[in-house]
Ligand binder design. Sequence first.
Ligand SMILES: [Zn+2]
Length: 321
Amino acid sequence: MPMVPGGRVIGLDISGTFGGGMRGALVDVAGSLIARKVAVTPRISQEDLIGNLVTMASRLADQAQRDSAPASAVGIAVPGLINEASGVVLRSPNLPLQEVPLGQILQDRLKIPVFLTKDASAGAIAEYALGAGRPVADMMLVLIGNGVGSAVVSDGRVLRGVHGTAGEIGHIVIDPAGIVCGCGGRGCVETFASVTSIARRYTMAAKEAILAEEVVAKAEAGNPAAVRVWNDALGALATVIATAVALIDCSLVVLSGTMKLSAEALRPLEALLAKRINLVQLPRVEVGVLGETAGVLGAAAIAFERAGMGNAAQEWRRSGH
Ligand SMILES: [Zn+2]
């Protein structure tokens, strides 16, 4: 479906996964960011969090009004378990949002339709439409942040499944006797490969507190403790990505998130995948190119589509913006 001419929506990203803080943008039908906002994400008070979202969206809506091109809908990328149909955040481990009808609350305050989506789904659709995924129809996005999130684009559409959790690899168990995870399980992928887990594991091994990115740099320089931690992270990721590839047959795996990874740092992951993927085609592994704008762009694309204003992801790919 072609885009509604002159249409605009607001994309919000409260995940912090694509870059710290809460982000918002006014986005036009061509996928251009007309205006952008950044704010802190309140992590204790639900009222403050919703207040900040309303303020950010209202300011972007005001700007659209001033331009005489009002925003028709809001899309929000949220980390955690979401019921997209009802707009309810079921569980968001790092935010004060448990069983909250966030979509309805914001819709009542903003007076325009509000659509929720999982942060990884927003990132996947954005990279597919405007980023690393443009040459392919089937890809998987893996987000390395405070958690490990993922989503799958299959034949140009985000896989959702019965409960909206399709393609989520972060809580597949690698070691049932492993470290307790934020989800309540043990030894999930997230306990090996999230930014916090990489840093924590290195600190436990080397008695030195450094950031995950520094652990990767040390691993590349041959530091034995860092090599062990980074290899364990990549091994956990490779195991579940290989399984996912067997199920979905995608040609590309895109890594993105708060940890800034170089293409070079991912070569060992490709090597591990090559050992784990037999018979079926090995996917390419790339770093996401949209960085911190992936969340707001993906949220906006989903708002355009669900508001009946056109299939933004397909149009953006075609127009080559
Ligand atoms: Zn878990």
